[in-house]
Design a protein around this ligand. Structure first.
Ligand code: GLY
Length: 284
């Protein structure tokens, strides 16, 4: 499945679940002084979550162009990009944890055909409700890992805004990539790759970091297009997928270097490919 097919499949799946497809907004957020760049799919929907505006439908789905500078120093590894596309389904005061969890599982297993044995789930520390829903659809208790705020509480995007506990789906590249007996999905060693984050957006966080309940409970999910393409195309890194391989080839032509010959040069080529792609979208 190509990256383009994956993008379309996701949007069709959620249209079939009653979502309205929304175009990606600009990388430059409009009317949002808290952000320099659009960093997540939910950014254009913030006024819907806070109740300041009425959405065109309580169920929305999009593929959002995103730019994050938080991990810029890690670009060139197999986990982090500055520019990426984020697939997302959103509930504005409509469905909540149960549906978000069961639809995510259905899409990953039935539409993407990712083997269940390759998947792990993380949940926020005390989120027994999310745990129950994952168990109900067949995830075993050993595959559900509880993590703290750093890993499983998402947002706000910017200094203030909607946020909430989250639950993530991670792909396991296998024990041969493990860093040791304590290796887990929250580990950065490279064995696991988070592909989808389901945020249970219940709170508004103000500038003093005080959280108050939003008018309604919402869903905000983010599935990384490039990460998921990596997994379903059976690759180890974004740069081997159809979304990046032609750019790597062009870098190779321009530099006269063969990709795969030397790890230091390979990493440099990945950085050139990533930053080149990112800058093109920033200019556009
Ligand atoms: N807004 C959800 C995410 O970025 O993961």
């Amino acid at each position: 499945m190509t990256g383009d097919e994956l993008r379309e499949k996701y949007l069709i799946f959620f249209e079939q679940k009653g979502h309205k497809r929304i175009e990606s907004s600009s990388l430059i957020p409009h009317g949002d002084p808290t952000l320099l760049l659009t960093s997540a799919g939910m950014v254009q929907f913030k006024p819907y979550f806070t109740g300041e505006a009425v959405p065109p439908s309580p169920r929305l789905a999009s593929c959002q162009k995103c730019f994050r500078t938080t991990d810029i120093g890690s670009v060139g590894n197999f986990k982090h990009l500055t520019f990426f596309e984020m697939l997302g389904n959103f509930s504005i005061g409509d469905y909540f944890k149960k549906e978000a969890i069961s639809w995510a599982w259905e899409f990953v297993l039935d539409w993407l055909k990712i083997p269940k044995e390759k998947l792990w789930i993380t949940i926020f520390l005390d989120d027994d409700e999310a745990s129950r829903y994952w168990r109900e659809i067949g995830v075993s208790a050993e595959r559900i890992v509880r993590c703290g705020e750093k890993d499983n509480f998402w947002g706000p995007a910017g200094e203030t805004g909607p946020c909430g506990p989250c639950s993530e789906i991670h792909y396991d590249f296998g024990e041969q990539h493990s860093c040791g007996p304590d290796c887990s999905p929250s580990c950065g060693c490279g064995r696991f790759l988070e592909i989808w984050n389901l945020v249970f957006t219940e709170y508004y966080q103000d500038a003093q970091k005080k959280r108050t309940p939003l008018p309604r409970k919402n869903i905000d999910t983010g599935m990384g297009l490039e990460r998921t393409a990596t997994v379903i195309q059976g690759k180890r890194s974004f740069y081997d997928t159809d979304l990046f391989a032609p750019i790597i080839q062009r870098v190779s032509q321009l530099t006269g270097r063969k990709y795969g010959d030397n790890e230091k040069a390979d990493r440099a080529m990945r950085i050139v490919a990533e930053h080149g792609r990112a800058v093109v979208f920033l200019i556009a």
